[in-house]
Structures are given as structure tokens and as C-alpha cells.
Write a protein that binds this ligand. Structure first.
Ligand SMILES: [Zn+2]
Length: 859
């Protein structure tokens, strides 16, 4: 359904919305968590406006006990009768006297639990080096879990100021959104910490964190003090995050033309955290791998992950926190924009990381979902909170960011920036709709932005742009149609406003052209005879291209004239067309052979991704031929690089060395690479600081792939006593990459026996489902333990775990039947997409599987 205004006016939505009879302006919240019994008690004084005379006040509350509620007005106290409505996650407070319109004070006393589901006010635990367990109390409120911590108007539009008071043990640190105002001892080993008032903000951004935390010395980040906060012992892992934190905060203040809206900024690493991070204003929480990192031993990719996430959250301080979506249908813009800004900031910080080029891989990941019949439009009407929670997917983040990047490149970066600054200035401290952003961009650029963007935001899918020679070889016919992995004859024809960036080589030279394709097709007239043509110059477009055979041949002959991101596009588009059955596999394999001299990491990621997909559909018999092809294609490139980094070599080339070695040692089953990897690993273990940090992840993978029980035990021990969060992650996931079934069964058991945190267990299961040696057994394990998994794992992680079902080619009907009767609360749509991806793989195998061995042997 299309809801241009995004306004929550329909009846279906309003049943989830609170009545506007009373609204809050300021919360004074006092909380006392009990870290031993996992409970908390609280009281709040809320300044409210009674907008219409009423005898009841309705607000959100969930898993809370309400001890008392009353209203203060003109010196008189009016007692209320609270009535909880668990099904609707609300509390209704009834009054015997009518409350007249005007301002008054609502007072509520309540109690709740510090749950272990990583949402609301929850507990997180860790062990110190002596094996002693410590407990932390922390919060995660987005989308609608503030109501588990304190009764509130839990809707983004109902902004208010918050003043938080925490009563905690004297030895603990207490953190909230704003800086500390005062602290005093209460006796009995307790202290009271009062924080300053926040700016007006939404409930989902409130945070309280209590535990034995330490913090770095504050650094100045454009006027605000910035600290990294962590559990004791991890101080050496903080400098990198502090650097990118300060850099990106200043970068954004400059880009947006507005100062940072908070009075301080803490970046806090939490031992148990369901997502990557959360943009609580002034108190951003992270899972440890996304914040704490050892610059000397982490790989470049691991460092990039920290830089990305820190920048993303900092970007939200303005876009999301200062200006907030009115309702959850706007969550896509919030996340798409922060993802876009994260790239911009990291690209500025480390230009040699070529962040926009590696974003091509994310863009392709979004297209892998958006090419399905079961995709969705980026923006759609959201009624229930569950629908909002299910929007945190690749279409919101990656497709959304890719479409914004396409717009930015089409408009011009400075015009785009001006529009964003205007939008933020206009709506600061308030809420906005997507349409307000298009207004601001149109105002600043005088271009018809809305029309262009509507075709991308409200339509499902994306176009494949076909290019054919026309006329006498001096023209091109360019047409668009929707790209589908599984053809859909019944689908209506769709068109997009496609900003085409065309580069053409004729006998008179190379020229570039900006064309807005709005119709089904158009003809491009060149000045001379066309030698080759490329329609997605710079690779920023969210569309795929397909070329008529003579044009494809011409491009293939002129690979050196293409930029790396354009070669990436050529490989990625050709592979997608192969999986969709638009081209035979033989064409792709022929093309792959042209890339043995390729030096760009992202082109290799596209090529190796395709081989990995072939591994998923290959029979055990054909797998040897596939391994040989991988060695033929990737071997020469790896040989050229060698095992040892060269002086002056750039960081991406070092990472490429690791990727190629990893592929050869696993997919390529290269015995020489495996044996060399074992030797290097032994050296690396002796002296990690002196070894190549970018090859280390590949070594761990190769050793797992070719490893025995002794190796398994060694990696398990490494996982249990890691030096860094990245090392813990690396060894944990390596346990899913062994090939011996008895070892993989041990990993399966670990997902439920408490050895693996619930923040990681579903992802470990995801890896097991994708391991061709144990995928069907992993599936049986999931079916058997489904109820326990749904109870234990964070709700948001289940749909991600289930993505692994795309590899269950022999069990398609059974997998589909299972999900008919086992619905995933936060992911019906996402599960449908996984199941369709499984069907795509089955159809691909039906077409090409029987010939696969022959095709690979021929090559
Ligand atoms: Zn975000």
C-alpha cells in the first residue's frame, strides 16, 4: 500500500497508537536496579498536557507492575486506578474525577525485571580473568521496548525532555543520555546519580547503563567530550574507536552545518547486545566487536567494521535523534541515511579504503533480495510495532543507502548536502516525514526530486537495463524492465526514473552522458561509430545492466578501460543474470577466466562469491572439478601476490591476499596452500604482532576447513580465552567451518548449551546451515530445537539465522512446509524471501546442475 504522506491515519494503524488526549512534555525518572535479583524499582514524575477533558490516561507499559499512579494539579492529588492491558502493551489509569484540559503532573511507582532477552532494561554478564561473573544492567529500546523499563508514551512522535536519576551501588558506574549533574551517597553502600535534562527526544533513544565500567579520558569532539566505555581490562582496545568517533562527529557537524545536539558522548561496549549498536543520544551502545579492537592485530576488514558502525551511530545523532521519523514507516530513511553517511565519513577518513567501491558488495546483497517476487518496497505503511521491528533488513539499510547514493551522484554532492542541512535545520527537535526531505532537496536544488525518488521508494524491485546496438552502429537502444530471479508472467510492467550514467567509446573518442530514463526505452545517438558502451559509469546506479552479445564482447575485450567498480558491476550483473536463467552458466565461466590478472579486491569478492554459490549447488562428485576451476582462476592472482606482504603495498591488496588464500585453501581445496597456511599459523601464534594481520582470518578458516579433532579443540580453547572480541568471533565461527561431522555436531550443541552467547548463537547456526558437510543435519537440529531457540534467542536474530535455509536444496518442500506451521514473529516477509531464494537455487540447479561437472571440466 502506498501512503504518500506516511501519515498514520488508517484505522489499522490507530489501534496501535495511543490516544492523544494526554501527551508528555517532560519525564523525571528515578530507577534502582538490583543486579543480584535481576529486578528494578522505579518512580516517575511526568509533566503532561491534558488536551481534552478525560477520566483516563493511557500510556504504554509491558512486563511492569504498577504500584500506584496519581495526578497532581493545583496542589491537589487525584489518585488513579491503574489497569494493565498486556495484549496491547498498555496501562490505563482511571480517575474518579474528570481531568480538565491544561497542564498537570502524573506520578507513577512501578517495578520490573532485568530480563535476559537483550531488550528493554536487561542484564548482561561477563567473566573476569579470575573466572568471576559480573552483571551489567543496560537498555535497548528501539523500536518499542522503552515500555518494558518505565510507563511512557512510547511513540517516536511524542518527544519530551528526560531527566534520569539512577540509584546504584557505590562501586558501580552509571551512565545515561546527558552529562552528570550531581552524585551523593545515600548510605548502605548506595549512591544517587542525577543526570542533566536531555533535549526533547523520543522514548526509543533513552538509555541507562549500570555496571563496573571504566572509561577513556574524554577527548574533545567538536565541543563535546567523547569517551569510550568498557568493562575492566579492555582499555588497550579503545584508541581506534575514540579516533573515528571524534573524527566522524566533527565531520558530521560540518556536513550538516549544525553542532552536535548532546552535551557529551559516550560510546559504550556491552558484553551482550542483540544488534550491532544503538544510537541512544549521548550514550551509544555497541556489541564489543563493533567498538573494541586491537589496531595491531585486527585485520583491515575488522577495523573497517568498527569505523563503519561508530560513524553510522554518530550520523544518527542528528539524523534520527535531533530530527526523528514521525512513525515507524520512516525507519527506512533513518537507517538508509545513517548507512549512507557512514560511508561518506569513513571514505573521508581513510580514502585508500575506497569505501564506496566496497559498498558495491552491499548494493549487490540488497539486489539479491530485491530481485525476488517476495521483496517489498523500501517504504510501506507500518501498522504494528512488530512490523516496524521487522524492517531492519537489507532493503532498509543497503538498498535505501544505495538509492540515496544514486540520488546524491545524480544531483551533485554539494546540492545534496545543502538540502540535507536545510531539512535538519527546519525540523530539529521535532519529527518529519520522508516527503519533508524531498521538499528540502527540491527547495535547495530546484530539481524534481520527489518524482524520481517515488519510483524507487514506493515500487518493489529494480530494473535491469538492456543495451543493444541500433541504427548503423552509431546508436544504442536502451530499455528497462524489472529484474526477476524467477520470471513472473503475471507481473505488471514497471518503469523507474533511472539516472543513467553512460560512457561510450566511438571512433572519435570517449564521452560520458547523463540521461534520465523515465520511459520503457530510449535511443541514444552517438557522434561516431560505437566501439563499446557502459551504462552504469561509476557503478552508483541501483540497477543491473545487460548487453547484447557484441557489446558484451567489446566490454570484455576492453576490461582495462573500466574502473574497478565497473568491472565489479560487469561480473556481478553477469552472475545475477546467470542465476536468473537469462544467460547460460558457460558464458559466466568463460568471463571469469578473463579475470586471472585482476587486482581489485571487490571484483574478486564478486568472482569468489559466485564460486561459493556454485559450491552450494554442486554435487559431491562435481565439487572436485569446481575446486580445480577455483585454483585455475584464483591461483595466478595469488601467485603474483605471494604469501608475504611487500613494502609499500596498500591495505586493500593485503586484504586481497587473505581473500585469495582463503578461497584457494577452502573452495579450491589446494593442498599446497593448506600446508603453507599451517606453517604460517604456527608462526603467527608465536608472534601475532609481527605477522600479517590481514592473512590471519584466512589462516584460521583454512585450518578449520582442513582440520581434525586436535585442531578443533585448540580453536575451541582459543574461543574461550580470546585476547580481543575479534579473535573470539573468528575462532567461534571457525568452529562451523570444519568438515568432520562429529566435530560439527559439537558446534551444533554449543548453540544451545550456554557456551555461546545468545547474541552469537543464531549466527553460528546460520553458518552451520551453509556448511555443505552438515547443512541437512543442522536443519534437523533446528527443527528439533525450534521451541527452545525461539525462547532463548533475541527475536531479531531468528530471521537472520533462518537465512541459512537457502542452501537446503534437497529439502525444499519440507522446509517450506515447516515455516507454514512455524511462523517467525518478526520476519514473515523475510522468511518468504529466504524460501524464494531456496527456490531460485533449486531452479538454477535444475537448469545447470547436470552439466556442471562437464562445464567445469571443459573450461
Ligand atoms: Zn542505524
Amino acid at each position: 500500500m502506498r501512503d504518500q504522506e506516511g501519515a498514520p491515519t488508517s484505522e489499522a494503524t490507530s489501534s496501535y497508537r495511543l490516544p492523544k488526549t494526554t501527551t508528555p512534555t517532560r519525564y523525571d525518572i528515578r530507577l534502582e536496579p538490583d543486579l543480584v535479583n535481576f529486578t528494578f524499582s522505579g518512580e516517575e514524575t511526568i509533566a503532561i498536557s491534558v488536551n481534552q477533558p478525560t477520566t483516563e490516561i493511557v500510556l504504554n507499559a509491558l512486563e511492569l507492575e504498577i504500584d500506584s499512579a496519581s495526578v497532581e494539579r493545583a496542589g491537589a492529588s487525584i489518585p488513579g486506578r491503574p489497569e494493565l492491558d498486556a495484549a496491547n502493551e498498555r496501562v490505563k489509569i482511571h480517575f474518579d474525577r474528570r481531568l480538565e484540559a491544561g497542564d498537570c503532573i502524573l506520578q507513577i511507582k512501578f517495578r520490573g525485571i532485568l530480563n535476559d532477552k537483550l531488550h528493554g532494561f536487561y542484564r548482561s554478564q561477563y567473566q573476569d580473568s579470575a573466572g568471576k561473573t559480573h552483571t551489567v544492567a543496560t537498555t535497548q529500546f528501539e523500536a518499542t521496548d522503552a515500555r518494558r523499563a518505565f510507563p511512557c508514551w512510547d511513540e517516536p512522535e511524542l518527544k519530551a525532555r528526560f531527566r534520569v536519576t539512577l540509584v546504584v551501588d557505590e562501586n558501580l558506574a552509571a551512565i545515561s543520555n546527558a552529562g552528570q549533574q550531581s552524585e551523593r551517597r545515600l548510605g548502605h553502600g548506595k549512591k544517587e546519580v542525577v543526570f542533566k535534562d536531555t533535549i526533547p527526544m523520543s522514548t526509543y533513544l533513552v538509555a541507562f547503563i549500570v555496571g563496573e565500567f571504566e572509561a577513556t579520558t574524554p577527548v574533545d569532539a567538536g565541543g563535546a567530550p567523547l569517551r569510550v566505555v568498557y568493562v575492566p581490562g579492555k582499555a588497550p582496545l579503545t584508541p581506534f574507536a575514540a579516533q573515528i568517533g571524534a573524527f566522524s562527529l566533527k565531520f558530521f557537524a560540518d556536513y550538516y552545518g549544525l553542532p552536535y545536539p548532546g552535551d557529551k558522548l559516550d560510546l559504550i561496549a556491552i558484553p551482550d547486545f542483540a544488534s550491532g549498536a544503538m544510537e541512544n543520544l549521548g550514550a551509544i551502545t555497541f556489541r564489543e566487536t563493533a567498538l573494541l579492537v586491537d589496531e595491531k592485530t585486527a585485520s583491515r576488514a575488522e577495523l573497517e567494521r568498527v569505523a563503519d558502525v561508530v560513524s553510522h551511530e554518530n550520523a544518527h545523532m542528528w539524523f534520527g535523534d535531533l530530527v526523528t521519523m514521525r512513525w515507524w514507516n520512516g525507519i527506512w530513511l533513518n537507517e538508509a541515511f545513517a548507512t549512507f553517511m557512514e560511508m561518506l565519513a569513513v571514505d573521508k577518513w581513510k580514502p585508500h579504503w575506497k569505501r564506496w567501491e566496497s559498498f558495491g558488495v552491499s548494493r549487490a546483497a540488497a539486489m539479491a533480495v530485491d530481485g525476488l517476487r517476495s521483496t517489498r518496497s523500501i517504504e510501506f505503511t507500518v501498522h504494528s510495532p512488530d512490523e516496524a521491528r521487522a524492517m531492519f533488513d537489507v532493503l532498509t539499510y543497503e538498498k535505501g543507502a544505495a538509492v540515496l547514493r544514486m540520488l546524491e551522484q545524480y544531483m551533485g554532492a554539494e546540492e545534496f548536502r545543502k538540502g540535507i542541512a536545510l531539512y535538519l535545520r527546519k525540523h530539529r527537535f521535532a519529527n518529519a516525514e520522508t516527503t519533508d526531505l524531498w521538499d528540502a532537496l527540491e527547495e535547495s536544488s530546484s530539481q524534481p526530486i520527489r518524482k524520481l525518488m517515488d519510483s524507487w521508494i514506493f515500487q518493489q524491485g529494480f530494473p535491469i537495463v538492456a543495451v543493444e546496438p541500433a541504427g548503423d552502429g552509431r546508436a544504442l537502444k536502451i530499455s528497462q524492465r524489472r529484474f526477476y530471479y524467477l520470471p513472473d508472467a503475471a507481473a505488471p510492467a514497471q518503469t523507474w526514473h533511472v539516472p543513467l550514467m553512460l560512457r561510450v567509446k566511438t571512433d572519435r573518442g570517449v564521452s560520458t552522458h547523463k540521461i534520465l530514463l523515465t520511459e520503457k526505452e530510449t535511443t541514444f545517438q552517438a557522434q561516431g561509430k560505437i566501439e563499446w558502451a557502459l551504462v552504469n559509469e561509476g557503478g552508483h546506479g541501483f540497477y543491473r545492466a545487460t548487453y547484447a552479445p557484441p557489446l558484451l564482447d567489446a566490454l570484455s575485450r576492453n576490461l582495462s578501460e573500466l574502473k574497478p567498480i565497473e568491472r565489479f558491476g560487469l561480473v556481478s550483473d553477469t552472475w545475477a543474470a546467470t542465476v536468473a536463467g537469462l544467460r547460460p552458466l558457460s558464458d559466466f565461466l568463460k568471463m571469469a577466466r578473463l579475470f586471472t590478472q585482476e587486482t581489485d579486491i571487490n571484483v574478486w569478492r564478486a568472482l569468489l562469491g559466485a564460486f561459493s554459490y556454485l559450491d552450494m549447488i554442486a554435487s559431491d562428485v562435481d565439487r572436485a572439478a569446481l575446486a580445480r576451476t577455483v585454483r585455475d582462476v584464483a591461483g595466478p592472482a595469488f601467485k603474483r601476490l605471494g604469501w608475504e606482504p611487500r613494502p609499500g603495498e596498500d591495505e586493500l591488496t593485503r586484504q586481497l591476499r587473505g581473500n585469495l588464500a582463503g578461497a584457494l585453501g577452502t573452495l579450491g581445496d589446494d593442498a599446497a596452500v593448506q600446508s603453507q597456511a599451517r606453517e604460517l599459523y604456527d608462526e603467527w601464534e608465536k608472534n601475532p604482532a609481527k605477522s600479517d594481520r590481514d592473512i590471519a582470518p584466512a589462516l584460521v578458516n583454512i585450518l578449520a576447513y582442513s582440520g581434525d579433532a586436535a585442531r578443533y579443540d585448540a580453536f575451541l580453547a582459543k574461543f574461550k580465552s580470546p585476547h580481543t572480541p575479534q579473535e573470539e568471533q573468528r575462532y567461534l565461527f571457525a568452529l562451523a567451518n570444519f568438515r568432520d561431522l562429529s566435530l560439527l555436531r559439537r558446534t551444533m550443541a554449543m548453540t544451545l548449551d550456554g557456551q555461546v552467547r545468545t547474541q552469537n548463537a543464531p549466527y553460528l547456526m546460520h553458518s552451520l546451515l551453509l556448511n555443505t558437510q552438515c547443512r541437512y543435519e543442522a536443519w534437523d537440529f533446528i527443527r528439533k530445537n525450534w521451541d527452545e531457540m525461539t525462547k532463548k534467542y533475541p527475536d531479531s536474530a531468528l530471521p537472520r539465522m533462518c537465512e541459512g535455509v537457502i542452501s537446503l536444496l534437497d529439502r525444499e518442500p519440507e522446509v517450506k512446509a515447516f515455516f507454514e506451521t512455524h511462523r517467525v514473529r518478526l520476519g514473515t516477509k523475510i522468511i518468504d524471501q529466504h524460501l524464494e531464494r531456496l527456490s531460485v537455487a533449486v531452479a538454477f540447479r535444475r537448469r545447470e546442475g547436470a552439466n556442471l561437472g562437464r562445464l567445469l571440466a571443459q573450461e
